[in-house]
Design a protein around this ligand. Structure first.
Ligand code: IP8
Length: 261
């Protein structure tokens, strides 16, 4: 079984002021993903459908009152926006022949202090066993810490959790950059791609100021994937914006990117 993460940055215009789909990328990425014909789970990020609201409503920060109307409104709006985004994605995947079924994480996952604590993966496994491709996503969820009550759950954390629980053999994480670089390639033209990252690799933490990302951007992804590597599961980060990359990666061909092991 493989897990394919499609980054929100590749599927949306992430620095837009309102949720904005990148229709062209979605069309192509869905087509490329359809080259995989075996067991697969797709996880997608939030892009402008989630991060704008998550930041606006400061979901994950302590509510001001026990039943904080503003936070509750934020949860409703973020979840609805992500569900709409998921619907657009599964519709496109189905159009390309993928038996995609949307599974809403906030209906079966709860975190404690922002880490997954309750998650019934048997639902996902059963869909896979029955021939579906479950499509889950970063979401706004209930948190078991009574002080914060709600959390933003990144699709990256979902990947590591599912990969470990469901014993996946390959994890492909696609984003809008080629992989992990020695510096931020968007600001520094001399930044070099690091082909293999392990716990011993010295990494420079950089910020991408022009994009809102409440779940930690590239560093958040690296930490999740290193945790997965600790369990013996290798993953690769590739660029979803380069035509053919997803198709080649799902087909098991070598793609420019970073291996995490
Ligand atoms: O884009 C974030 O998921 P990510 C989820 O995978 C929300 O980090 C709702 C902002």
């Amino acid at each position: 079984m493989i897990i394919l993460k499609i980054g929100g940055s590749a599927l949306t215009i992430k620095d837009a002021q309102t949720p904005t789909l990148d229709e062209k990328n979605l069309e192509r990425i869905a087509q490329e993903a359809s080259f995989y014909n075996d067991d697969m789970i797709i996880v997608h990020g939030a892009g402008s459908f989630g991060h704008i609201y998550a930041q606006q409503y400061k979901i994950g920060d302590k509510p001001k009152t026990p039943k904080d109307d503003y936070k509750i409104e934020g949860m409703c709006i973020t979840q609805a926006s992500m569900q709409l985004f998921n619907h657009k994605i599964i519709t496109k995947l189905q159009e390309k022949g993928i038996p995609a079924i949307g599974v809403k994480p906030s209906s079966f996952v709860m975190t404690r202090n922002k880490r997954i604590e309750i998650c019934d993966t048997s639902i996902i496994q059963r869909y896979v066993d029955e021939g579906f491709v479950p499509v889950v996503y970063g979401d706004a969820v209930l948190d078991l810490n009574d002080d914060v009550k709600f959390a933003i759950l990144s699709g990256d954390q979902i990947i590591t959790y599912l990969a470990k629980e469901l014993k996946c053999n390959r994890v492909i994480l696609s984003s809008d950059v080629d992989g992990i670089f020695t510096d931020n390639p968007k600001n520094n033209p001399d930044a070099e791609l690091i082909e293999v990252v392990t716990r011993d690799t010295q990494l420079k933490v950089t910020d991408n100021q022009d994009q809102i990302d409440v779940t930690g951007g590239m560093m958040g992804k690296i930490n999740e994937l290193l945790a997965l590597a600790d369990e013996g599961i290798e993953s690769q980060i590739i660029n979803a914006e380069v035509e053919g990359n997803i198709q080649q990666a799902v087909s098991g061909q070598k793609v420019k990117g970073t291996l995490i092991r």
